[in-house]
Design a protein around this ligand. Structure first.
Ligand code: NAD
Length: 492
């Protein structure tokens, strides 16, 4: 994939170099080799992109389009991705380091978001409010204007698709800030928009660093809506900037998601949940399964089974579809290693893993499992964002729920039991935006997703997501001639 061509930013329907001449090298996390060079956008490019998106809004280009046609435009973007699905999956796999099957799934999910919200574009309706004979009253569900969408590197295509699709379906125009560590998938989304004939300026894609492009974007006076997906730390910075101009935000932040495993659980399904939930994409998923709370009587057996599964993992590049693929960067891996060292010093017991696979050239960290993780451990409360599972035991359901909820985050949670009453009791009390029963990643494009507590607010996915992209406006009409002034209407 390596090429000397500098990949440009997509602004106002054309490909533009950065005025500063800055460049970002994109590397393959499995070996550290540079695979592409991208023009580094700066504040000047933010000005151009926001001006273009604002013009589209001011001129009512998307608002006045029939919603059915906005939907068809999203279908065409989906078709453009679909036509190159293998190629785009390869790009996504190489830039993020994730397994090829996962990257393929990411492109498919992006396509589904575009088709799902394309289908909903003409189904978002207001209300007519009865107010007596002399008034007509109705609501409009109006777009905000320019929606700034800031995307992290762990799902750069599907996370771009899910916000962009909602925004376009509802008539907003979009400026995407792609992640500097994995910008190529966002570029592919821009190419698909170009192929689909999206009006110039309706979708703009910039690649640059958070502190420059991201910050300039969230501070821009014409940005009227922000979708931020990323860490809670950056989320706080975004909210501070947004508060200056009272800009509404959708905040999709990190998690510390726990699964409660009761003694009657099907342990095969728990091990499978760990396999996918804790370790796919090197554990770099916001709703990954990072804590397992296990009823004491089965903890020994379950840990043995998990260790056997994990020790059988293949380790290698995503293109070989290995189970343990590299982390996104050396910095990210070092952070995970430090978290493991701290956990050990706090008394957590290593079951497997814990130190980086330094003999490899890429940023590999083995699947790591810790037992005896206590409440005061860093692994219990802080997101690690790597392939690290913390196991803690409990004695009764109340203790399990208390342990699960004892974090500042609440993105996902799970419960494993064959007892439906206990499953429902627990699911009701696990304080998280999405709860899985007897599985992990049970949600889909159609199911609302988002955090409680410091995992964020607003919802993405599902029909509920559209609520975050419109604001209700109300129109009241006075009828000058009262409706009863024309006499009796006769039969009804
Ligand atoms: P991050 O917060 O470091 O960066 C996210 C994005 O914000 C990047 O594009 C970055 O360039 C940008 N950014 C950084 N500083 C900025 C600033 N001052 N102003 C504006 N933008 C700025 O997060 P990350 O390391 O890229 O991603 C991992 C995090 O994202 C994890 O915490 C993970 O849980 C979370 N995440 C959440 C979801 C979700 O849907 N809830 C999905 C994926 C990832």
């Amino acid at each position: 994939m390596a090429s000397t061509e500098v990949i440009k930013n997509y602004i106002d329907g054309s490909w533009q170099d950065s005025s500063s001449g800055g460049r970002i090298e994109v590397d393959d996390p499995s070996n550290g080799e540079v695979i592409a060079v991208v023009a580094e956008a700066g504040p000047e490019e933010v000005q151009l992109a926001v001006a273009a998106a604002h013009r589209v809004f001011r001129d009512r280009v998307l608002i006045d389009m029939h919603p059915y046609d906005r939907g068809r435009m999203l279908f065409r973007i989906a078709d453009a991705l679909d036509a190159r699905v293998e190629e785009i999956a390869t790009i996504n796999c190489v830039e993020t380091g994730k397994a090829m099957d996962l990257a393929y799934g990411e492109v498919q999910t992006a396509i589904r978001y575009l088709r799902y919200y394309g289908g909903l574009a003409d189904k978002l309706e207001g209300r007519s409010i009865p107010r007596g004979a002399n008034l007509v009253d109705y609501t409009l569900r109006s777009p905000f204007g320019v929606s700034a969408q800031i995307v992290p590197w762990n799902g750069p295509l599907e996370l771009t698709a899910r916000s962009l699709a909602c925004a376009i379906a509802t008539g907003n125009s979009v400026v995407v800030k792609s992640p500097e560590l994995a910008p190529l998938s966002g570029i592919e989304m821009a190419r698909a928009c170009e192929t689909a004939g999206v009006p110039a300026g309706a979708v703009n894609v910039l690649t640059g660093y958070g502190q420059t492009v991201g910050q300039a974007l969230i501070e821009h006076p014409d940005v009227r809506h922000i979708v931020f997906t990323g860490s809670a730390a950056t989320g706080r910075t975004v909210l501070k900037a947004a508060s200056e101009r009272i800009v509404p935000c959708i905040m999709e932040l990190g998690g510390k998601s726990a699964a409660v495993v009761y003694s009657d659980a099907d342990l095969d399904s728990v091990v499978e949940a760990v396999r996918i939930g804790s370790f796919l994409n090197a554990g770099q998923n916001c709703n990954n399964l990072s804590r397992l709370l296990v009823e004491r009587s089965i903890a020994g057996e379950l840990l043995q089974r998990i260790k056997a599964c994990v020790d059988g993992f293949s380790v290698g590049p995503g293109r070989d579809n290995c189970h343990i693929t590299p982390m996104i960067s050396q910095k990210q891996r070092q952070g995970v290693e430090r978290a493991c060292q701290t956990a050990i010093s706090q008394g957590a017991k290593v079951v497997t893993g814990g130190t980086a696979l330094a003999e490899r050239s890429g940023y590999f960290m083995p699947a790591t499992v810790f037992a005896d993780v206590e409440r005061q451990s860093n692994l219990f409360k802080k997101e690690v964002f790597g392939p690290v599972l913390a196991v803690t035991t409990f004695d009764d359901p109340a203790m399990a729920v208390d342990l699960a909820n004892d974090t500042d985050q609440g993105l996902a949670a799970g419960v494993f039991t064959r007892n439906i009453d206990r499953a429902l009791w627990t699911a009701d009390r696990l304080w998280a935006g999405q709860v899985y029963v007897n599985g992990w990643y049970v949600g889909g494009v159609e199911t609302p997703f988002g955090g409680v507590k410091q995992s964020g607010y607003g919802r993405e996915k599902g029909q509920e997501a559209l609520d975050g992209y419109v604001q209700t406006r109300n129109v009241g009409i006075t009828i000058s001639a009262p409706r009863d002034s024309f006499g009796q209407s006769g039969a009804v």
